[in-house]
Design a binder for this molecule. Structure first.
Ligand code: ACO
Length: 406
């Protein structure tokens, strides 16, 4: 038994117990066999496999398969899954018109919410979610196409032509190709950067019932269209307290500008009358170092070494901030450590990925978790529509007041 003792409220009577738990700090919303987290000890397992082992030995597609199907694929399953993914990377040609409806300066996450949501209209044949084959097909469509959508949302933003998927690349390299290549030059992925990118995807693939995953589940609990559910997850992920944190971290570092201003920002973060928080620090579940942050920290140094960027002022500033915060009593006492997004933001910045794409990349990684969790919920015959209750705090009964009496 890996988890703490839990009370299954389904055994407590027809209506369960009524609890008020703002932010769901101690309420489980579902049973799940996908991801296990122990925030006190800093453990993260996908289907029982420690994240450290997966980051070291696996790749993103294998991890996506594992999350979805519960087991690592054997050689045949792996090769079939990879070729299925590669076969579905292209988008329906008319989806390019959906991109063109956006302003050029639209944030890539805004474009992703719109384009992924509009997939509902393009792949309607797989949206009867009672059929497990349809669920698998919808999940595979999403896994295969979201990287293309993410990369194209960037290309659209910078006014360059869309780069079509190149299926001789692996999943991570293909995404980088669609983002960075142009039609006139041959793209050669740097193996160290491709590996780092693969790690970002693996580390962000799932994280049990976080805000965006819970959103996908809640939306999907009504039997809603899977593409619309994932679009809702993308919308939730966008917020700065969730997936937007890596973008917010880099914005904060840019605003800080220089090592000499670290003290001023730390002072603001401690000031309870100021809503400012040090971006990239703290986590709802981990009260110890996030295991993903430790892996990403190592990857961060590998990438900075590879690119000779250790002396770049922005990266020096980030590493100094990390050191100061790790020694500061306020952060130590509250067990606020740099989180995975602190380091993934630095890695992506070093790789030349613009800030506005950080959350989009998080979204493409998390699609693996969203579809696995959505499928798990839909496969559970006992799953119910999600319908939280509330603690009503408003006016008591009163009579309508006509306009001349107000
Ligand atoms: N900077 C300064 N103080 C902080 C920070 C921070 N980044 N995070 C938490 N605190 C303080 C709180 O003010 C509070 O202090 P108090 O006890 O004196 O009142 C204490 O630490 C506990 O904080 P909570 O608000 O209870 O923590 P919660 O679990 O609600 O929030 C969260 C977690 C949202 C991640 C928060 O730490 C935060 O806003 N961090 C910055 C944003 C960020 O990096 N988010 C990424 C999350 S990781 C991910 O999505 C992959």
């Amino acid at each position: 038994n890996m988890g703490p003792d839990v009370i299954d409220i389904r055994n407590l009577g027809k209506h369960g117990v009524f609890t008020y738990d703002p932010g769901f700090l101690s309420t489980a919303s579902c049973p799940s066999a996908i991801t296990y987290i122990d925030g006190e000890q800093g453990l993260l397992y996908y289907r029982g496999y420690p994240i450290e082992q997966l980051a070291e030995h696996s790749d993103f597609l294998e991890v996506a398969y594992l999350l979805m199907h519960g087991e690592l694929p054997d050689a045949d399953q792996r090769s079939n899954f990879t070729s299925t993914m590669m076969k579905h990377t292209m988008l329906h040609d008319q989806l390019t018109n959906v991109f063109r409806g956006f302003r050029r300066d639209a944030h890539p996450m805004a474009v992703m919410v719109g384009v992924v949501g509009s997939m509902s209209a393009f792949y309607e044949e797989v949206t009867d979610v009672r059929d497990p084959n349809n669920r698998l097909a919808a999940a595979y469509h999403l896994l295969a196409k979201v990287p293309t959508i993410a990369a194209w949302s960037y290309k659209y933003n910078i006014g360059e032509p869309f780069m079509y998927p190149q299926n001789h690349f692996n999943y991570a390299e293909n995404f980088m190709q669609m983002m960075f290549a142009t039609p006139c030059e041959k793209y050669e992925p740097n193996p160290i950067l491709a590996k780092a990118f693969e790690r970002i995807l693996i580390l962000h693939a799932d994280h049990e019932q976080n805000a965006s995953t819970s959103t996908v589940r809640l939306a999907g609990s009504s039997g809603a269209n899977p593409f619309a559910c994932v679009a809702a997850g993308i919308a939730s992920l966008w917020g700065p307290a969730h997936g937007g944190a890596n973008e917010a971290t880099l914005k904060m570092l840019e605003e800080m500008g220089d090592v000499s201003r670290i003290g001023e920002f730390i002072k603001r973060a401690k000031d309870k009358s100021d809503s400012f928080r040090l971006m990239g620090f703290g986590h709802r579940v981990y009260r110890n170092m996030d295991p993903r942050a430790s892996i990403m920290r190592e990857t961060c140094h590998q990438v900075l070494d590879e690119l000779g960027l250790h002396n770049d002022p922005m990266f020096k500033l980030a590493l100094k901030l990390e050191q100061i915060a790790l020694e500061d009593e306020y952060f130590v006492n509250r067990r606020l450590y740099p989180n995975v997004d602190f380091y993934s933001g630095i890695v992506m910045r070093a790789m030349g990925i613009p800030n506005s794409m950080f959350t989009a990349i998080f979204a493409l990684a998390r699609t693996a978790g969203w579809v696995a969790q959505w499928n798990e919920m839909n496969s559970d015959p006992e799953a119910k529509i999600g319908r939280p209750r509330q603690l009503y705090m408003g006016a008591t009964r009163r009579d309508y007041v006509p306009m001349d009496g107000r």
